[in-house]
Design a protein around this ligand. Structure first.
Ligand code: GAF
Length: 383
């Protein structure tokens, strides 16, 4: 991280001609269990990872926002708070910053101009929340330098609104809540209905290993939105506001009344919600064998009922599972169709997993996997 802070700081000095006043960071996240439950009013259990977005800032005494992206060859953006701030379809990265500013102004927060340099080391397009972390870092930066006194929950909500209303992606709240509120050494149980959070300690001898399939993003957005609609259809069918109000027992009792596809979608969400709470119990008892079963069931449910995995991801899960057995758990993580798998496993198995994946994955898929052995990190903060 020190290298990243230094890099972003020196770009600031190089471009704007003097040192930044503040530095903020917001981490990426990996979800341990609880997939597609957030927008169904359920529980999720992500943790923040030791990769982050960093923002160097200084106040201006006018209404201009000047932004430089250290990771895009110092590409830049500039807009005035006095004029309409519009979506830029040719330069996607600027919309994450513009979106946050638009939402803050919509809620009548008094902002002024800033110099900003953004940079990060979260792998892009891997489903590890690089964009959510950017929005959280920017919201946190404005909150502190303009004295908005936003809580970490408000920061998450504003960042999500920027994504939903300005960027146009109808994601749930998990990624922003994780990036804003995570605790070092812990997963974060989030009740996505109330936004209550509960840190859940991870056993000392257990490591978070993320394996990036490097499968390119394909149908992600359209399929994500379709799953959301199918969940809403299922909730309406059952006469509830959100699917996670239901227990799997009640749902299964009513199976006959459902369209079969909609039933499968609902079954994933409702059982996944129950598995998430069971996983918290397993972790607090350090019962890796129970956790292993729950993560396996979660993956199969995403594969067979929610139908969001792809063959490359299923292969990574099978190869990892073949090594760790019941000493750890592995599953796809994130929205689906590409991205990463997450494994929680004892340190001594890491090399064996990496070797097994390297031996077979590229031969079968022609894709090169990447491995991230992660420390769990705290949520967004001033550095
Ligand atoms: C994506 C979304 F952004 C989250 O809100 C969540 O729905 C996740 O997919 C699936 O669990 O990361």
């Amino acid at each position: 991280m020190t290298e990243l802070f230094g890099r972003v700081g020196s770009v600031f000095e190089g471009v704007f001609g003097y040192a930044h006043e503040y530095l903020f960071q917001a981490p990426g996240r990996v979800n341990l269990i609880g997939e597609h439950t957030d927008y169904n009013g359920g529980f999720v259990l992500p943790c923040a990872i030791s990769f982050a977005t960093v923002v160097a800032v200084a106040k201006r005494n006018d209404d201009l926002v000047r932004v430089v992206a250290a990771d895009y060859e110092n590409d830049s953006d500039q807009f005035s708070l006095q004029e309409e701030i519009t979506f830029n379809k040719d330069k996607m990265w600027v919309n994450y910053i513009r979106g946050v500013v638009v939402i803050l102004m919509k809620y009548a927060y008094a902002l002024g101009g800033v110099y900003l340099v953004v940079g990060g080391n979260i792998p892009k397009g891997a489903g590890l929340s690089s964009s959510a972390s950017l929005q959280v870092a920017i919201t946190r930066a404005f909150s502190e330098i303009y004295g908005l006194s936003l809580s970490q929950k408000q920061i998450a909500l504003i960042s999500q609104k920027a994504e939903n209303e300005f960027v146009g992606c109808s994601c749930g709240i998990m990624d922003q809540m994780a990036s804003a509120n995570a605790r070092e050494g812990h997963g974060l149980l989030i009740d996505c209905l109330t936004l209550d959070i509960q840190p859940v300690a991870l056993p000392d001898n257990i490591t978070v290993l993320i394996i990036n399939s490097n499968k390119r993003r394909g149908l992600v957005d359209s399929e994500y939105n379709l799953r959301r609609q199918q969940c809403e259809t299922a909730a309406r069918h059952c006469g509830v506001n959100t699917l996670c109000e239901l227990s799997s027992e009640v749902l299964i009792r009513n199976q006959q009344s459902f369209d079969p596809l909609i039933f499968k979608r609902a079954k994933h969400v409702v059982t996944e919600n129950e598995r998430t709470l069971e996983a918290v119990k397993a972790l607090s008892k350090e019962d890796m064998s129970a956790l292993s079963e729950l993560m396996e069931a979660s993956h199969l449910s995403m594969r067979d009922d929610f139908e969001i995995t792809v063959s490359e991801i299923d292969l990574l899960v099978a190869l990892t599972k073949g090594v760790i057995g019941t000493r750890g758990g592995v599953r796809m993580t994130g929205g689906g169709f590409c991205g990463c798998v997450v494994a929680l496993l004892p340190h001594d198995l890491i090399d064996n997993v990496i070797n097994a994946v390297q031996k077979h994955y590229k031969k079968i898929t022609r894709l090169t996997p990447e491995f991230y052995v992660c420390d769990t990190s705290k949520g967004a903060c001033r550095v």
